[in-house]
Design a protein around this ligand. Structure first.
Ligand SMILES: Nc1ncnc2c1ncn2[C@@H]1O[C@H](COP(=O)(O)OP(=O)(O)OP(=O)(O)O)[C@@H](O)[C@H]1O
Ligand SMILES: O=C(O)c1ccc[n+]([C@@H]2O[C@H](COP(=O)([O-])O)[C@@H](O)[C@H]2O)c1
Length: 190
């Protein structure tokens, strides 16, 4: 099966992520999307990070109604920080029947030369790239790279966490059932 891997901290997951995932499925680039929750992005501070099981739960809640989407905790049992090349190699070995591709935002792609073993990633996996405001990648020199024409929301998890801290509304930015979980559990208030 063609599986699109959407890696992220998902702190928390929001409609920006879900719209991209749905677009990739609708375009036939993947038959299923796995959201791979990273315990620790090697290039990010972990101070404001919700515990990985809580983030995983929020992704599960966000995707449970869509059978085309699934959640993976594969990186929870791999060494930290979470190097994408290590996870990809692990997944390809564990699931030889699947063809994995990578979904990346322009912000991540701009930094890819800082990633561990990035050449292994570029040489071995198809990459679906979408632009994010301020990070426009308009030329696909690498033949394994497809630049998507996906609808984009100018939205980030940082913005959502800031709104919660300021006691402002986060309605419409992420699924209502995820908002309920965040409110019930008191996440991101401090
Ligand atoms: N609004 C958005 N639209 C499309 N992709 C997004 C959006 N926000 C984040 N992404 C992408 O999703 C992946 C995972 O992102 P991440 O979990 O870090 O979300 P984020 O909103 O960028 O978080 P933060 O604001 O905490 O950095 C990254 O590749 C990122 O480029
Ligand atoms: O492999 C690397 O060196 C590497 C460097 C930076 C980021 N990543 C991964 O990229 C994904 C996106 O991270 P984030 O925090 O922006 O959602 C996440 O899975 C990180 O572990 C991976």
């Amino acid at each position: 099966m063609k599986i699109g891997l959407f890696f992220g901290s998902f702190n928390p997951i929001h409609h920006g992520h879900l719209i991209i995932a749905s677009h990739i499925l609708n375009q036939g680039f993947a038959e299923k999307i796995w959201f791979v929750v990273s315990p620790h992005n090697p290039l990010k501070e972990s101070a404001s990070l919700l515990n990985e099981n809580q983030r995983l739960h929020l992704v599960r809640v966000a995707t449970e109604a869509d059978i085309r989407m699934a959640v993976s905790d594969i990186e929870f049992s791999l060494p930290r920080p979470s190097y994408t090349s290590v996870t990809l190699a692990h997944l390809s070995e564990k699931y030889p029947q699947h063809e994995f591709s990578l979904i990346l935002g322009g912000d991540s792609f701009q930094n890819i030369e800082k990633w561990k073993n990035y050449k292994y990633i570029l040489n071995n996996y198809n990459i679906y790239l979408y632009n994010r405001p301020g990070f426009i990648v308009d030329r696909a020199e690498n033949t394994r790279l497809t630049v998507l024409d996906a609808p984009l929301l100018e939205l980030s998890a940082t913005m959502i966490r800031d709104l919660i801290k300021q006691k402002k509304s986060i309605h419409y930015l992420l699924p209502e059932n995820v908002i309920e979980e965040i409110e019930k559990s008191g996440y991101y208030r401090k």
